[in-house]
Design a binder for this molecule. Sequence first.
Ligand code: HAM
Length: 477
Amino acid sequence: MTEKKKFRAVRGVRDIVPPDSSLWNWFEQTARGVLESYNFREIRLPIFEETELFARSIGGETDIVSKEMFTFLNQFTPEERYEDLQERIPEELSRDPGEGPIQALLEENSPQILSEVARAAARVRRPAESLTLRPEATASVVRAYIEHGMQTQPGLVKLYYTGPMFRRERPQKGRYRQFYQIGAEVLGASDHPAIDAELIEMLTVLIGRCKVNDWTLLVNSIGDANCRPAYIEKLREELHKVKDQLGPDSQRRVETNPLRVFDSKLPEEQPIIEKLPRISDNLCEDCQKHFADLLKQLDLRRIPYKHESRLVRGLDYYMRTTFEITSPHLGAQNALAGGGRYDGLSEMLGGPPVKGIGFALGEDRFIEVMQTAGGVNAKPTLDAFIVWMGEPAYPAALSLARRLRGEGLRVELPAEEARLKKALSLAERLGTRFAVIIGENEVSTGQFTVKRLDDGKQCKLPEADVAGLIRAAAPRN
Ligand code: HAM
């Protein structure tokens, strides 16, 4: 007989199984609590978007867009193409109606209209669209903000999301192809540095709530449309002088997007990068003031930081504030969270002028730090194991299980009866706190035997009192 192929999770992705999944759940619940306390609301986003959305926001020269996206073609069915055609022609016509009212043009059967129709048809005759599994979620949040006209909402729009992201990176410890983020974004008319500082404060509160105390906050400003172009030219000039010492990626970036040279991970390029002019020494007055005010706002909140003038982050949409939180408990991939300001991204995506700032925390890495250096024990305990013996005991066991579960307790009810000794041994191995024993005697008296497994103490109680005893005995996680 030929041996059957055994399947494994594909390269760079993995399962999160119990008991780890309990810590993940605990963390996500805690994070939701912290984020909601700062008045953020959840946004649920699609897992894939048009490729163009990411290319335009993250930037074509970034590692993410140029090397790491999981992109696929979605073929349109003939029906979809026909529906698209029907939907789009009026839209296309009204977008550029030409000289007169559309109706008149249509009646005239004018060549202009005919060519419009032909153009629209050509557009929808595309056989497929390019889609990408999201490598991050900020682009989607801004897309959704624009799509739902959220600029009409009062005050700042504060959104958070959680879920898997996908990047085709070389898998290693702390780096996966499917990884999880929890992120938060603030969008609105103001770019006051207190908004940046409060967002960073929220992130540090979340980390502290998870009893992770060793971390470093790195902050920087990467300027805006006012000061960045002159700096980029200066940087390009300097890079030209050393171009022949750079690898092919950096050589190309000197011409296309010099700031991205800072993303290089090649060890031989580091001494060169070290000597390049820094954006933070080339900020305009407004950007300098914004950054100085941010630092004051952080001081006010007693949040320690380090100014890291090389921190440009690997995504093009940033301007002014950038930040990262690193952990000494991680290896080379030491960034727990990263973020920054992206004023102007909405306009780049065809939306209204709006300021924005956000961050994303890498859950895979954060959970790993919680496991090695954190003080949270999120292992759930089994509150009750019901041992029933003899058919007449089963209805009583069912009723008790339903009642205890209704009270929020974690309960195991075996499908089959087992001998007392065997059942108690299983209960112990499952880490159960209480065994409730229901035999012939218990059914006839209506008094169940409740046995505490850590010290073997037991008593008799009616069904109605069992939950109270278990709950009073010890706090649950
Ligand atoms: P990012 O720095 O690309 O930023 O990712 C944020 C965090 O996600 C990283 O600090 C890291 O913890 C985690 N991460 C990234 N790639 C991987 C990977 N391959 N495996 C495991 N963890 C990973 C962003 O994604 C921006 N959208 C953050 C942001 C929100 N900026 C403004 N708003």
